[in-house]
Design a protein around this ligand. Structure first.
Ligand SMILES: Cc1cc2nc3c(=O)[nH]c(=O)nc-3n(C[C@H](O)[C@H](O)[C@H](O)COP(=O)(O)O)c2cc1C
Length: 193
């Protein structure tokens, strides 16, 4: 038990997001992917609403999703070069696996919508922690297309659904230098002190 705990804590203490451009294949195999999705669906969820769902982007499908993103980008940027549009087409095709976490939060008689939204964030984080524990690296990104209704419609999201994030997963191909972390003295208070 001591070993496992140390490994998890060490990983959490040093984990960094690795950008999609530095996430190589091979990605998680079918068994690992299923495990990741099961873990993502095991987050705290007040009222057992499962206020999230997951869209897997793998293989050729990543390019198909990229075509949607590129089409919308080109429509909004008629002067964009072919290279620039191609960059948009590759958005979801850099890492071998991308999991879109969709928030299905909605007004509910008992469970505040805010709590449902946070649960989707927890699902994203569970994916990141699990991927890192499996030896992969990951990045939780939204970027412009996560907020573009035309893209979301084409990806199959209903009007009330939102993209909590795209979690890009792969083998880390670069060591990413750490960034400054918050000073605990600035963000922690002790009640009553
Ligand atoms: C909901 C959400 C969306 C994010 N979207 C982006 C994004 O579009 N682009 C980006 O560069 N970072 C984005 N980030 C930040 C990265 O996920 C990450 O926190 C940052 O690169 C720092 O890496 P770290 O995990 O090593 O601290 C987002 C974070 C969250 C929580």
């Amino acid at each position: 038990m001591g070993m496992t705990m140390t490994t998890t804590i060490d990983m959490l203490n040093s984990r960094r997001s690795v950008p999609p451009v530095a996430l190589d294949g091979p990605g998680p195999d079918a068994t690992a992917l299923k495990n990741l999705l099961r873990i993502a669906a095991r987050v705290p969820d007040h009222g057992k609403l499962a206020p999230w769902r997951f869209i897997v982007f793998e293989g050729e499908a990543r390019q198909k999703a990229g075509d949607i993103i590129a089409r919308v980008f080109a429509a909004d940027n008629p002067d964009a070069s072919a290279d620039r549009i191609d960059q948009e087409r590759k958005r979801l095709a850099l890492a071998p696996l991308v999991i879109g976490v969709v928030s299905r939060a909605a007004p509910h008689v008992k469970i505040p919508e805010w709590e449902q939204v946070m649960s989707a964030g927890a699902a994203c984080m569970n994916l990141i922690v699990a991927a890192n524990a499996m030896g992969f690296a990951a990045s939780w990104l939204t970027q412009w297309y996560a907020y573009d209704r035309r893209v979301l419609d084409a990806l199959g999201l209903s009007a009330h659904e939102k993209m909590a994030g795209f979690v890009h997963i792969g083998r880390p191909a670069a060591v990413i230098e750490d960034r400054v972390r918050p000073d605990l003295a600035e963000i922690v208070t002790r009640f009553g002190a």
